[in-house]
Structure formats: structure tokens, C-alpha cells
Design a protein around this ligand. Structure first.
Ligand code: FPP
Length: 208
């Protein structure tokens, strides 16, 4: 969800106003995915590196999450989807942590799909964690945060950057990649639909 900061700066607004708009976009996209019967949707909301941003921005992001988690839980309940958190949330303050845990707990029973939200997440961290958990077991998938889920068909990165930035390094092996200069708050249902149209034209061979 890149470009929240630049979206705000362009309008001479504080960066966190961009993140607030970003949350609205995120909820709208989840709702649209429901209409399209896309059962698994993932968002990279906070990376292991994002915590090294300015104190003001990090604490602003935490407050925004605190403010919006209940709305998120309500939306998920309405859509019959469960929240799955990817990442080490022990980093967050106890209040935010318990809000996240409640949202996960309260949506566990929902069977209509999953929204993965990466919070204090890094792909390398995920792989190191999985390696420790798996011990001598074979097959790393069941130790990833996405255990039991199919690999993503599409990855969309907004904001003009063309790299993975430590997101789902294992899961994205054969994923179709889409990049757009659009800032995340401006990312629209129309643009998503166009990308899905292009996805449908691509020939996926999975190396075969
Ligand atoms: C990237 O834009 C965006 C982020 C680092 C934060 C995204 C987080 C949210 C939308 C909040 C998630 C909320 C909940 C409730 C889970 P950027 O800041 O890197 O923008 P820039 O590329 O213009 O600098």
C-alpha cells in the first residue's frame, strides 16, 4: 500500500492523513474482493522496517490502527471473513496488541474468506521463524503465517516502486506481479478490475 505519505504531502497534509485515507481504500478493496469472490486478500500494513520511521509517524500509525480495528472487525463480520495477522505483534503496545488479538479471536469462526494483514512483518523474519518451528519436519508451508492458504495469484504494488521489499518471499514464487504509479489512497476498484483483466490474459506456466 505504497504512496500514502506522498498522497498527503502532495496535498500539504500530514503523512498520517494519507495513512487514514489508505485505510478507507483498504476497506473498499476488501469489500470489492468479496463481490468478485476473491477469498484471500493480503495487505502489507507495517513492515519490520517501518518501525524505524519517525516517532511521530509510527505513533500516528499505531493510533490509526487502534482507531480502526473495531471498524475492521465489524466489516469482516459483515463479510463473513476472518482476520489473520502476519508478523510479530509483541512489538506493539499492550492496548493495540489486545485489540488485534480480539479482532482475530472474534472473526475466527467466519468461513467466507481471509484478510491477511501484515503487521511488523518481514518475509525473512517469517522464514527464519518457520525454520525454527519446523525443526527436522519437512515442508515449510505449514509454519508460515499463511499456513493452509493457497499462494497468491496476484501481487499489486502501488506508489511506483518495483520491488518486493521483503513481502511474502516464499509465497510469491510464481505470483503474477503488477505495479502502478498510483498512490495507494487513489487506488480504485476500476484500476483493480483492469489489472484482473490483464491477469486473465497472462499465461501462467509455473515453470512447466
Ligand atoms: C506505505 O506508504 C504505507 C504504510 C507504511 C502504512 C500502511 C498502513 C495502513 C494503511 C494502516 C493499516 C491499518 C489497519 C487497521 C490494519 P508510505 O508511507 O511508504 O508512503 P510513501 O511511499 O508515499 O512514503
Amino acid at each position: 500500500m505504497d504512496g500514502n505519505g506522498r498522497w498527503a504531502t502532495k496535498r500539504r497534509l500530514p503523512r498520517n492523513t494519507g495513512h487514514r485515507e489508505g485505510i478507507k481504500t483498504m476497506l473498499g478493496i476488501v469489500e470489492h474482493c468479496q463481490k468478485l469472490n476473491i477469498p484471500f486478500v493480503s495487505f502489507y500494513a507495517f513492515s519490520t522496517e517501518n518501525k524505524y520511521r519517525s516517532k511521530l509517524e509510527v505513533s500516528g500509525l499505531m493510533s490509526l490502527m487502534e482507531e480502526h480495528l473495531e471498524a475492521m472487525a465489524d466489516k469482516l463480520a459483515l463479510l463473513n471473513r476472518r482476520l489473520n495477522v502476519m508478523g510479530d505483534i509483541s512489538y506493539f503496545n499492550p492496548k493495540l496488541r489486545s485489540l488485534i488479538e480480539d479482532c482475530v479471536k472474534n472473526t475466527q469462526g467466519f468461513s467466507g474468506g481471509v484478510v491477511n494483514v501484515a503487521l511488523n512483518y518481514g518475509g525473512r523474519d517469517e522464514l527464519n521463524r518457520a525454520a525454527k518451528l519446523m525443526g527436522k519436519d519437512e515442508g515449510i508451508e505449514k509454519y508460515l503465517y499463511t499456513a493452509g492458504q493457497p499462494d497468491p495469484d496476484m501481487l499489486i504494488r502501488t506508489g511506483g516502486e518495483k520491488r518486493l521489499s521483503n513481502f511474502m518471499l516464499y509465497q510469491l514464487a510464481y505470483t503474477e506481479l503488477f505495479f502502478t504509479d498510483t498512490f495507494w489512497p487513489d487506488f480504485s476498484i476500476e484500476e483493480l478490475n483492469e489489472m484482473i483483466g490483464e491477469y486473465n490474459k497472462r499465461n501462467r506456466r509455473f515453470g512447466k
